[in-house]
Design a protein around this ligand. Structure first.
Ligand SMILES: Nc1nc2c(c(=O)[nH]1)N[C@H]1C(S)=C(S)[C@@H](COP(=O)(O)O)O[C@H]1N2
Ligand SMILES: [Mo]
Length: 400
């Protein structure tokens, strides 16, 4: 796959709301745009951001240029942006979090001050990756935002445990899901963006109500004043500008749960989200093990006969990275790359591989193996909404 060709390509017009009836999975609706919105891949700026790769302007969908993944933590001003709606702007002083619903004993409302005074600070380093990252690489093409490699980033998220806040409001024995809603309103063309989490994930001590990203207040574009951080799960669950939590005793059946963000049942293993599984499909949940070759950029000229270092990153849905293997002979033999510092099981991990290329074409393959034994796929596992692209990475160079 030639990344330069991909990045310079202009994606087409997105068709809205295509539904595959057999599986009951919405495709374009899953990570989509209203019909008629024109996608483009120009570098462009958003307030407070350095130039990012623009996929759509309204709503703002911008990805991080791959070379920025050289950094262990993705800087806030380079972090990708994905909205289904206009971006809400809420001042921290005006922000409130309402908790209620049929499975809450003491429905109530918190200010930011109350939350930080009452609950212990908590922090997690985690990859935030859009479910549709790399969708633009799918062949055959699938509708939706035509993301390249940059709908992801790694950051230190800080705030309080979602568990502490939920337990303070009193959970009833029949609590099944926590439904999170942000203060963004629905676009004219689509339903309000609302997502639910199973209780076990909402109560996981690593799941946060976060106010900070890399030591700074969350930028509004990335969900300030507060967002859900569900480490290991794709970013669709990381509700931004969160305003409302409903603890429910029934499976939440809003469009973005029931119809969108789904994969054929069993194609990617157990979802871990039983109350949302149907016979045909499951919600997309945890991130699949993956890697990325960051430098040198594909297409670069390498110095023949001299030491060259390939650098990349690898991550998964929270088991951690066991090893990254590199092949220089088309997959006939593999050698371990050197892993960088372990920044935590939800973080990505840097890796490096040294070699002396011989003059001529050079192809580098990279594949990560997670601690749970999972590895990347050799061929794309095609699915209607374009999720979980974790094909073994390939970069083509020329040595001279
Ligand atoms: N309120 C709200 N939260 C949201 C969304 C949204 O449209 N509205 N999009 C979700 C999706 S699909 C993704 S990929 C992430 C993107 O997070 P980021 O913009 O901080 O990179 O936010 C998630 N949280
Ligand atoms: Mo997403």
């Amino acid at each position: 796959m030639d990344r330069r060709k991909f990045l310079s390509r202009t994606s087409g017009t997105i068709v809205g709301g295509l539904l595959l009836p057999r599986l009951g999975i919405a495709t374009a609706s899953a990570d989509e745009l209203p019909a008629g919105t024109v996608a483009s891949s120009a570098l462009d700026t958003l307030p407070g951001k350095r130039p990012l790769v623009r996929r759509t302007f309204r709503p703002p969908n911008f990805e991080t240029p791959v070379e920025l993944f050289r950094e262990a933590y993705t800087p806030n001003d380079a972090f990708y942006v994905r909205w289904h709606s206009a971006v809400p702007e809420v001042a921290l002083a005006d922000w409130r979090l309402r908790i209620g619903g049929p499975a809450v004993q003491k429905p109530r409302e918190y200010t930011h001050d109350e939350i930080v005074r009452k609950f212990k600070r908590a922090e997690v380093t985690a990859v935030n990756q859009c479910s549709g990252n790399r969708r633009g690489l799918f062949a055959p093409h699938v509708p939706g935002v035509q993301w390249g490699f940059g709908a992801m980033g790694n950051a230190v998220w800080a705030g309080v445990r979602l568990k502490d806040v939920l337990e303070d409001a009193g959970l009833a024995a029949n609590a099944l899901e926590v439904v999170a809603n942000g203060s963004d309103a629905a676009m004219l063309t689509g339903p309000d963006f609302v997502k639910s989490l199973p209780m076990w994930k909402a109560l996981d001590p690593d799941t946060l109500l976060a106010f900070e990203m890399n030591g700074e207040p969350l930028p509004a574009l990335n969900g300030g004043p507060a967002r859900i951080v569900a480490p290991g799960w794709t970013a669709t669950y990381w509700i931004k500008a969160v305003a409302d939590l409903t603890v429910s005793d029934k499976p939440f059946d809003g469009f973005w749960m029931k119809t969108a963000y789904r994969v054929p049942r069993g194609m990617f293993g157990d979802s871990g989200f039983q109350s949302q599984d149907t016979e045909q499909n499951s919600p997309i949940t945890s991130i699949k093990v993956n890697s990325l070759i960051v430098t040198p950029a594909p297409g670069a000229t390498l110095p023949a006969g001299r030491r060259t270092e390939v650098m990349g990153i690898a991550w998964d849905g929270g088991s951690g990275i066991r090893k990254v293997e590199v092949s220089l002979d088309g997959g006939a033999s593999w050698r371990d790359a050197k892993l960088g510092r372990d920044l935590g099981r939800y973080s990505w991990r840097q890796w490096r591989y040294d070699f002396k290329p011989q003059a001529g074409p050079v192809t580098v393959l990279a594949r990560a193996v997670a601690r749970d034994g999972a590895t990347q796929t050799e061929k794309l596992v095609h699915n209607p909404a374009g999720y979980h692209h974790n094909v073994v990475q390939r970069a083509d160079y020329h040595a001279a």
